[in-house]
Design a protein around this ligand. Structure first.
Ligand SMILES: [Zn+2]
Length: 169
């Protein structure tokens, strides 16, 4: 590579490409992204991984998260019922339809997440929680707190995602 190439960077217009800040309004969908309203679990000295009090901790977290999601689904439905208006202007109508379809997708995602939470709660009840379903290692308390429905350790998850990208479109 010619050394001069290094110094032309400042005139390179591609450098000025503005980073577009996300323009999406910050909507209240925090619950569908993850559950953050909890106190991190501090294991006692020598405490066994996935002891009954740890399982209780995650059961409670999942129940609270589910509750929050169900309230969100309710809110969405109310919102759509209240907002449903008969606009004379076709472009107003289009905007409303677009907004509704977005909300329906959100609701759909929330419902799927609720199902996943239910499945995870089942696993906790069967004392089958916290271990990677692919390799069997401990998923870890911190990772589970960030993703209480995780069924794989970070390594297997990363690998699965790489494979998905390769086989995907
Ligand atoms: Zn694993």
């Amino acid at each position: 590579m010619p050394a001069s190439a290094k110094n032309t960077d400042s005139t390179d217009t591609s450098k000025t490409r503005a980073k577009k800040a996300p323009t999406k309004k910050a909507n209240k969908q925090a619950a569908s992204e993850g559950f953050t309203d909890f106190t991190p679990y501090e294991p006692k000295k020598g405490e066994e991984y996935m002891s009954s009090s740890q399982l209780d901790h995650f059961r409670q977290m999942l129940l609270n998260w589910k509750q929050e999601l169900m309230e969100e689904v309710d809110r969405t439905m109310h919102h759509m019922q209240e907002d449903a208006a008969n606009y004379a202007d076709p472009s107003d109508r289009a905007t409303q339809e677009e907004e509704f379809s977005l909300e329906l997708r959100t609701r759909d995602r929330e419902r799927k997440l609720i199902k996943k939470i239910d499945k995870t709660l089942d696993n906790i009840d069967r004392d089958d929680y916290g271990f990677c379903e692919s390799c069997g290692v401990e998923i870890g308390i911190r990772r589970l707190e960030a993703r209480p429905t995780a069924t794989q350790c970070i390594d297997c998850k990363t690998l699965a995602e790489i494979k998905e990208r390769q086989t995907g479109i």
